[in-house]
Ligand binder design. Structure first.
Ligand code: HPA
Length: 251
């Protein structure tokens, strides 16, 4: 039974090295997931893969059906999720190409369906979300990243989840820095809290693809971002391969 899933982000719509055994489009009470879940084997592990922006990267961050994606993964028996996402670096150590494994999150998103406890038949549950990321999965990712040559690894930090699809203003990033954010991304929430509502282990593998707005005193060089995404996701792939081939992940 496959219990581990990778949610792919921008630049990771396909999982190279995954030997695909089947695909399943799961029907959910929340509508359609981003695309069929792909099942297969990678580095000796059974793994499921779901690209959150769809297989052709057409779904913008604020339109991703996070409820459907997480419900679908839960429904097929997934209990642990590694969520890959592109981010802008806010703190000085988060240089382009760095891999960041955050341990906290601040939600600046709005207008997204963000809970399974939405006033239906079931009683409301106020879940504990003090520590949003699963420590065992985080450690496995940190070890996987450290074992990859030449990658700058930032082993903790706060992910600031913004609405997108535009990047932030310099003032917004300054406020996020004051709040303690290490990186800015557009997809970290409500994905993390929905996984927590369904008692799934969840960790984030964030890939820095640009300095966040204003942090280098300049506008974001949007023309350079695609190349940074390609290079950064290559780093993410290395980390995923190392992580999956290590015994940490099966614990
Ligand atoms: N901000 C928010 N999300 C992002 C960024 C950014 O600078 N870069 C990639 N995803």
């Amino acid at each position: 039974m496959t219990t581990l899933a990778i949610i792919g982000g921008t630049g990771l719509a396909r999982m190279e090295g995954l030997t695909i055994t089947r695909r399943e489009m799961v029907k959910t009470p929340y509508g359609a997931p981003s695309c069929p879940i792909v099942f297969g084997e990678m580095d000796g592990q059974e793994v499921a893969f779901l690209p959150r922006h769809g297989s052709t990267h057409r779904i913008p961050p604020h339109r991703v059906n996070y409820c459907a994606n997480i419900w679908a993964l839960n429904n097929v028996g997934i209990t642990q999720i590694i969520a890959v996402g592109a981010v802008g670096g806010i703190c000085k150590t988060c240089t382009v190409g760095s891999i960041v494994i955050p341990d906290q999150i601040i939600d600046y998103t709005h207008g997204r369906e963000s809970t399974f406890f939405d006033g239906g038949e079931d009683p409301v549950e106020h879940i504990d979300f003090s520590y949003p990321y699963n420590d065992r999965l985080r450690q496995a990712l940190i070890n996987g990243a450290r074992n990859a040559d030449g990658i700058n690894v930032v082993d903790s930090g706060t992910y600031g989840a913004t609405r997108g699809p535009r990047f932030e203003t310099a003032a917004e990033v300054l406020r996020m820095a004051r709040d303690g954010c290490t990186v800015a991304g557009m997809t970290g929430m409500p994905e993390a809290s929905l996984a927590a509502e369904l008692r799934m282990d969840y960790a984030c593998l964030a890939v820095v693809v640009n300095p966040a707005a204003g942090t280098d005193g300049k506008s974001i060089d949007t023309s350079g971002v695609p190349a940074n995404i390609a290079a950064g996701m290559e780093n993410a792939r290395k980390v995923l391969h190392n992580t999956l081939s290590s015994p940490d992940i099966t614990a």
